[in-house]
Design a protein around this ligand. Structure first.
Ligand SMILES: Cc1cc2nc3c(=O)[nH]c(=O)nc-3n(C[C@H](O)[C@H](O)[C@H](O)COP(=O)(O)OP(=O)(O)OC[C@H]3O[C@@H](n4cnc5c(N)ncnc54)[C@H](O)[C@@H]3O)c2cc1C
Length: 418
């Protein structure tokens, strides 16, 4: 192995995946994270209004997310995700208060579509074929153009599923990215589509065990340390510039830049990267859920799109929520609480609450934005790019972020051997 050093800039999930993958290969790695804690957009913190540790957003992954499974196994956290043994999801439609349970069958043959009590109410088996074009859509196509269905299946399953998977309004979102998500989950059947949620917190699953793993492997970690810039000459980074220090680097070193898209563009001017983003709004209510409440409930026709219940709190998620970010917080909390009361059939005044608005939660998964995503090999020869916004073939998700980190680590290991 050569004498180069490995650096990871950014301690979000992509950076942590990259750093742990390097450490697993026995490579000494140094990680720099600007924030006081790691995790980036996937973090937990103590919230005074809730009097508890909460997540910045409810993060759902699916059992078929292979990169997530590998990462959690590596860091010793494969039991940190909770969810049902079968691919079962409860829904309620607030338009008519109808409730149902979607129950996917295991295996590639979609037997669930042919069972009236397992599929979406108001649909017939033939309706589901309308979504097949997503599986072979070209990269310029939108879901709106590829799929003609706007009936019960669209309203009660596919539109909410696709909006939350892509964090983009379904009509204008990329059909190819939707197809990637479907190939990983619904197409493979129930085994790959079981919902998985980090319990008790995101940090306990995705962040803290990774930091412990890195510490045990002798990695060096600098939290609260923001990279200000690179000194670049001859298409190589010659130094990492921090507020109070410079670290000289050379062609033999491998630098994984795992920051978010706007920061990457400011550090590497001229870099192609997504520049249009979508918000996600989460509401948290400090109230134990009623007995028997589903761990995860899809809500059709409300402001809340998903309700997640935890032993001590009820949380909701609304994706592609740009219309909500400027809304008065009290009014928004009251409106979401009214959805929660109806959906969970609760008779209780609004408990202490918190609204978390992530304005730039993810890039907009439109064909135009997807086309701006760069490959991991950036314009500078000893800098490798990682992050959910790089070209992963997936929308901005934990699975995509981890996949990008793994790819970057592979490229960095190869670079260090040169
Ligand atoms: C509210 C919300 C809900 C979501 N829900 C889901 C979900 O249900 N399922 C799912 O799969 N995904 C979900 N996502 C998306 C998921 O969180 C992201 O795809 C993933 O966390 C991105 O990780 P990343 O490492 O690519 O980027 P980031 O998390 O943005 O990490 C970048 C890191 O770089 C650091 N940094 C920035 N600048 C510098 C610098 N100059 N020097 C050093 N460090 C720097 C940042 O502080 C940050 O820690 C959600 C996102 C949000 C915001």
């Amino acid at each position: 192995m050569g004498s180069g050093k490995a650096y990871v800039i950014g301690g979000g999930v992509a950076g942590l995946a990259a750093a742990t993958a390097l450490a697993e290969r026995g490579i000494a790695v140094t990680l720099f994270e600007a924030g006081p804690q790691a995790g980036g957009r996937c973090r937990s913190y103590f919230d005074p209004a809730m009097g508890a540790i909460i997540d910045n957003g409810n993060h759902l992954v699916l059992s078929g997310n292979g990169a997530v499974s590998n990462y959690l196994s590596r860091i010793g956290a494969k039991d940190a995700l909770a969810g049902p043994d079968q691919a079962v999801v409860d829904f309620v439609d607030l338009a008519d208060d109808k409730s149902w349970r979607l129950q996917l069958s295991n295996g590639f043959f979609p037997a669930w579509i042919f069972a009236k009590d397992r599929r979406v109410p108001g649909t017939k088996p033939g309706y589901y074929a309308a979504y097949a074009p997503l599986l072979w859509a070209g990269r310029a196509a939108t879901i709106g153009a590829a799929v003609k269905d706007r009936g019960a299946l669209w309203r009660r399953l596919m539109q909410p599923f696709l909006v939350s998977a892509l964090n983009t309004e379904a009509e204008t979102a990329s059909a190819a990215l939707a197809g990637s998500v479907m190939r990983q989950s619904l197409v493979r059947g129930g085994h790959a589509s079981r919902p998985r949620i980090a319990h008790p917190t995101l940090a306990a699953a995705f962040v803290d065990p990774a930091l412990q793993y890195l510490a045990a492997k002798g990695a060096t970690m600098h939290l609260g340390t923001r990279l200000r810039g690179f000194t670049i000459a001859g298409r190589a980074a010659r130094a990492l510039e921090f507020p109070d220090a410079m670290i000289a680097t050379g062609m033999k070193d491998a630098i994984i830049l795992a920051v978010n898209a706007p920061v990457a563009q400011s550090l590497l001017p001229g870099l192609s990267a997504p520049n249009d983003f979508r918000a996600i709004v989460n509401a948290h209510f400090k109230l134990a859920p009623p007995p028997g409440a589903s761990a995860m409930l899809g809500v059709i026709g409300g402001t809340a799109e998903w309700i997640f219940t935890f032993p001590d709190r009820i949380s909701t998620t609304t994706s592609a929520a740009d219309a909500l970010v400027d809304e008065d917080r009290e009014a928004l909390a009251a409106r979401i609480w009214s959805d929660v009361r109806r959906a969970l059939k609760l008779d209780a005044p609004m408990p202490p609450w918190q609204i978390v608005k992530e304005k730039r939660a993810t890039f907009a998964a439109t064909p135009a934005q997807d086309a701006l995503r760069p490959s991991p090999r950036g314009p500078v020869r000893n800098i490798i790019l990682a992050g959910d916004w790089t070209q992963t073939g997936l929308p901005a998700t934990i699975e995509g972020a981890i996949r990008s980190g793994e790819t970057a680590a592979r490229l960095a290991a190869r670079h260090l051997r040169l």
